[in-house]
Design a binder for this molecule. Sequence first.
Ligand code: NAD
Ligand code: UDP
Ligand code: UDP
Length: 332
Amino acid sequence: MSDAKPGALARYSLTKRVLVTGGAGFLGSHLCDRLLEDGHEVLCVDNFFTGARANIAHLLGHERFELLRHDITMPLSVEVDEIYNFACPASPIHYQFDPVQTTKTSVIGAINMLGLAKRLRVPILQASTSEVYGDPEIHPQTEDYWGNVNPIGPRSCYDEGKRCAETLFFDYRRQHDLPIKVVRIFNTYGPRMHPNDGRVVSNFILQALRGEDITIFGDGEQTRSFCYVDDLIDGCVRMMGTDADTTGPVNIGNEGEYSMLELAETVLDIVGGKSQLVHKPLPQDDPRRRKPDTMLAREMLGWEATTKLRDGLAKTIAYFEQSGHADASRSD
Ligand code: NAD
Ligand code: UDP
Ligand code: UDP
């Protein structure tokens, strides 16, 4: 019996066995696609809280793809060469549905995945978020900004959970010399977004396709920067490929900044139709402005987002059109 660890095996082969937690979700499923395309084996772990079988249905017969239904708040004993920790509900509607479970997933889930990485001595990448900056007081947000987060509000389970996960990653690095990687993901959109999780891109597209009113929360002057999913995944894969001393955190996002009114106009321009803009109340703690500073990603990873908003929106609209979700009678 060989005593080689999975990490050691990986050094002799370009093919790795890669664990993707949250692999049946929006971003995780695209990451599974990319890793398989790159020739790796993928172990997708998901509890299907917000993930969908449809997102990975095309991979189920693939010889290098394996699916495990599991909740990462429970220990997990598997043998892999790399870990991407993407499990966590990401939209406000989903993460506020069971906020205690959201914090558990971020914190206990991180401890379990870090414990796994520690036993195997393999690199682990955390899908962190621009939400660690909260409602930011500096603009654009650089990685050295500590953030402005309400610790007791309705978004806190997500924001503080993700902040605590980052703390755990850096403590495992300091205490156990673990090769960690932390990416702070800014708003990402593309095919396989949830049709009804209330995110602005999917809401506006579906409303436009159905000819319904476009719901602008507040005055619509608040801004976000939207990154197309393929760009985002490429940034994450590049980050995993860096040397053991490169930990991040690094912002991964598109620097184009748009108000929600501009986004609505762009969607309507592509879709056509006769939807009207209507204003609804702004949710509590809704950040006013958000835009990544991506200088570090450019320097460290040679990465920048290249998909223009209009092009990415056109692909996303095409996905929603062919998926049947624009049919007003469907609610899934
Ligand atoms: P998603 O909800 O589509 O995917 C999350 C996946 O994790 C789902 O498949 C869900 O079933 C699974 N999951 C949730 N809790 C779990 C648990 N306890 N055990 C196992 N699986 C669990 O969301 P997404 O947009 O794909 O986000 C993926 C990751 O990226 C998340 O960690 C999120 O915080 C982060 N992120 C996403 C965005 C974005 O714009 N989409 C922005 C910043 C950060
Ligand atoms: N863990 C796991 N899989 C492993 C190794 C550890 O899920 O292969 C979990 C384990 O249950 C523990 C957590 O990771 O709760 C943290 O492990 P660590 O070794 O850091 O801490 P300890 O076990 O000493 O509490
Ligand atoms: N928003 C909106 N209409 C909608 C959904 C969202 O105007 O139908 C706004 C929301 O208030 C926020 C922005 O769009 O200012 C982005 O919201 P989303 O939930 O997509 O992302 P997050 O707030 O987490 O960045």
